[in-house]
Design a protein around this ligand. Sequence first.
Ligand SMILES: *Cc1c(COP(=O)(O)O)cnc(C)c1O
Length: 456
Amino acid sequence: MDLEHWLGRAAQAIQEWADTFGPYHPHPSLDVPDDRFAPVFAEFTARLRDNYPFFHPHYAGQMLKPPHPAAVVGHLTAMLVNPNNHALDGGPATAAMEREAVTRLAAMFGYDPHAHLGHLTTSGTVANLEALFVARELHPGRGVAHSADAHYTHGRMCHVLGMPSRAVRTDAAGRMDLDALEGVLRTGEVGTVVLTTGTTGLGAVDPVHEVLPIAERYGVRVHVDAAYGGFFTLLAGAEGPEGLPPEPWRALARADSIVVDPHKHGLQPYGCGAVLFRDPAVGRFYLHDSPYTYFTSDELHLGEISLECSRAGAAAAALWLTFRLLPPTPDGLGKVLAAGRRAALHWADLIEESDVLELYQRPELDIVTYFPATDPAALTAVDAASARVLTEGMTGTDPVFLSTLRADREAFAARHPKVTADADGARILRSVLMKPESEDHVEQLHERVTRLGRTG
Ligand SMILES: *Cc1c(COP(=O)(O)O)cnc(C)c1O
């Protein structure tokens, strides 16, 4: 795709539509002549250079990458109209696109495409907040259990909602420990279990299929936070090394609610999360009257099934356009995720053979965690070496961008009992290989990080 060409076509297409309403001129108060714009634009673009190169394969740090060009064109084109998906009056076209895109997400997880409730949100945080809100309405007075490795948003949002929350121990792979979960459920204080399929730190996948029968026995709901990992369901049972054990992913179809962030693995710009409910009847918890909106129809509007009011119709447009070209199917978006996962597995193999680096644990998705082998093998030394590699990696002529993750002493000991626990924990290195281009750069990355690790 030639981005410049399609951005030009976008402006043209919207202008042609605008012209059908008859002539009009922007007010002089808004006028910005090009000769005034040019120097400010130059300053602006110069300032934007103060960024890490998220697009580049040598950026192997946090969960960051630019959107697909189709999402960029979709977003900017719709933004020229600037619909608000709060209500149908705010933009019928993008409201319809949102419904279609959300139906595709629901189908991807095995929800009934004709009987579910769901909408886009501004983020995974808001999407999870909505799922926890519905959980509270269905089990008033009962709290939430999530794993100790779940995103910190769950504890925080439970606080916002006035619900108690319990962090359940994780096992040596970073998954929720089921005995510990049962211990918490036996108290009767929990109404909803939050599972994570793809933890933000390690990419660990909680065993949804094993928790569902337990949850049923205790009469609790299951919410799955698949904000990061959701699209990996496209690799469930796939042929080849990138294939994932299908059980937890197939079980998503039976979860009560699911959150997924198209702005993480769905090629979208920020401002695109999604929440899905298996039972459309939970829409009743959102119902309210609005004196301002909803004048054009009697249908249930997106604004009536969402806690957020104004939301960018452009986000729905971008997702819709992307899904038309790279659908959330194994042969579409699945191929993008497969490449990142192969990259992670390849790098993990190289690290396992290395004397300089050690794997913290095998990647379950596309997140590689590792640390420099130190002498003595102790947490303080690992912490210092990881921090040094992170900083030194970003400097010089051949930079590499990594991130660190804090592992506490128990988690470290469960994986590396020989490393002396002389501190509460240690930073380790973490590389999210979410760009398919990473696949062709693994050896260079490994070589570069090994060199950094060796000079310690
Ligand atoms: C990123 C993430 C969130 C938070 O989502 P935002 O879109 O950053 O608000 C929640 N849970 C998990 C598992 C995540 O990876």
